[in-house]
Design a protein around this ligand. Structure first.
Ligand SMILES: *Cc1c(COP(=O)(O)O)cnc(C)c1O
Length: 383
């Protein structure tokens, strides 16, 4: 059996998405910036996708900027705001558990003279709202806090963070790559000024993403060239990718979220029955519908992952961490931020679900993990 449980890394492009994209490689190949019929046809498809995405987060289509993915969206948000607002201040607040696309961009901005405040999180991965408010200074120009964490699935209360930012008149960016289409987002109600999303985490294609930029927010373009995307991101639009992203959003259903939650809870329930195990991330509410992250004593996460791979199960340790701000040992910066007990951290495994997973796959995965954990403990002499 082959079981794919690494959907936080990437997802399978939905066949319906592929089908929607295909004509835009062939007969509808026009450049969306051209003013002849070929161009108009492409432009129409791009604008349709822009509307679908805008609607999903309660934004206006004119507030959506297409990029090459979540990483570029994060870069455009951070660098774009920093460079457009440096006359107002040089202070940026973020958290210790952000994706490397945020943390390493912050490193780069630090080299340019920006000051970065990294907020701690509690043992479930939640940002302390009082600490956030206290960290805001006269020089703060931006707060960037991710919506859902890609390793431990913590979903931050965006509305509360947005309220604090609004009260102090500081711009608020969120990396919503993991949560987009899984957790309801309303950028107006939540007072979000900038939001990153990506195609390939939601059964869309790789190499396409978007940044929501609230009307009136000043941003410096970071890729210069033609006046594409309202002058915020130069380069001929990736029409097939944009069409695919729009289609992927169109295909999302509430029932898929319910299905993932059910599988998630079954997995968590059974894995925690294994002795010497611990759940990483939120125990109750505030956990992403498709995230499972469990640590086992006396086991190396890497070994567990490799053994599961030989059984056809794709998982992850989430420990591919190499950013300058938080490098330490081989343990993921996220687990280091939430685990008091590093033995659990190094013995942790992340399983992330999609709408395509089945009950049968989860049953097989539970049995396989039990077996492998027992085996690894036996050879390491763990009692
Ligand atoms: C995957 C991911 C990204 C990067 O998105 P790409 O489209 O792969 O560049 C950024 N942030 C988070 C939270 C992610 O999970």
């Amino acid at each position: 059996m082959r079981v794919y449980l690494d959907n936080a890394a990437t997802t399978m492009t939905d066949q319906k998405v592929v089908k929607a994209m295909l004509p835009y490689f062939s007969e509808k190949f026009g450049n969306a910036a051209s003013i002849h019929q070929f161009g108009k046809e492409a432009k129409k498809a791009v604008e349709r996708a822009r509307s679908i995405i805008a609607k999903k987060i309660n934004a206006d289509p004119s507030e959506i900027v297409f990029t090459s993915g979540g990483t570029e969206s994060d870069n455009l948000a951070l660098r774009g705001i920093a460079h457009a607002n440096k006359h107002l201040g040089n202070h940026i607040i973020t958290s210790k558990i952000e994706h490397p696309a945020i943390l390493n961009t912050c490193n780069s901005l630090m080299e340019e003279g920006f000051e970065i405040k990294l907020l701690d999180v509690d043992n479930e991965g939640f940002v302390d709202l009082k600490a956030l408010e206290k960290a805001i200074t006269k020089k703060t120009i931006l707060v960037s806090i991710m919506h859902a964490n890609n390793e431990i699935g913590t979903v931050q209360p965006l509305d509360k963070i947005g309220q604090i930012c609004k009260k102090h008149r500081v711009l608020f960016h969120t990396d919503a790559v993991q949560s987009f289409t899984k957790v309801p987002i309303d950028v107006k109600k939540m007072h979000v000024d900038l939001l990153s999303l990506s195609g390939h985490k939601i059964h869309g294609p790789k190499g396409i993403g978007a940044l929501f930029v609230r009307k009136g927010v000043k941003l410096r373009e970071e890729v210069t060239g033609g006046r594409h995307e309202s002058g915020l991101r130069a380069g001929t639009e990736n029409v097939p990718g944009i069409v695919g992203l729009g289609k992927a959003v169109d295909l999302t259903k509430e029932t898929d979220i319910k299905k993932m939650k059910k599988l998630r809870d079954r997995l968590i329930g059974k894995l925690l029955k294994i002795k010497g195990s611990k759940l990483n991330g939120p125990k109750g509410n505030g956990r992403l519908c498709n995230n499972v992250n469990v640590g086992f004593r006396g086991v190396e996460g890497e070994s567990l992952m490799m053994y599961l791979d030989t059984k056809g199960i794709a998982s992850s340790t989430g420990s591919a961490c190499s950013n300058l701000l938080v490098k330490e040992g081989g343990i993921s910066h996220v687990l280091q931020a939430v685990c008091e007990d590093l033995e659990f951290a190094s013995g942790s495994i992340r399983l992330t679900l999609s709408k395509f997973n089945t009950d049968e796959e989860i049953g097989y995965t539970i049995e396989s993990i039990k077996e492998v954990v027992e085996h690894l403990r036996k050879i390491s002499g763990f009692k």
